[in-house]
Design a protein around this ligand. Structure first.
Ligand SMILES: [Zn+2]
Length: 94
């Protein structure tokens, strides 16, 4: 098995370049690249396994959609929940 070594060049996503670029390994933990340096802009960052982090725009959109889904769920279940809870209490107290 080929072990990674400091200075090896690997592909990774650079947030500054906003694309996958060549990176040099600058830190290794457990035989895996831990930190890398972009060979294009020399930005150091944790090795991301070539995964682009979600952009702030995407995070906001996902958050808004999740919130809308929760609101829709709550509107429905609150009305039903209040009714059935009231009915249950009536039955129990009689
Ligand atoms: Zn870069």
């Amino acid at each position: 098995m080929h072990e990674k070594r400091l200075g090896d060049v690997i592909d990774d996503f650079c947030v500054k370049c906003r694309r996958v670029t060549n990176h040099s390994i600058v830190s290794i933990v457990d035989q895996e690249a831990a930190k890398v340096r972009c060979r294009t802009c020399y930005h150091d960052h944790d090795y991301r396994h070539e995964q682009a982090p979600p952009s702030k725009k995407e995070l906001k959109k996902a958050e808004a959609e999740a919130q809308a889904a929760r609101d829709a769920e709550n509107d429905g279940s609150n009305a039903n929940g209040a009714q059935s809870a009231g009915a249950e209490i009536d039955l129990e107290t009689k």
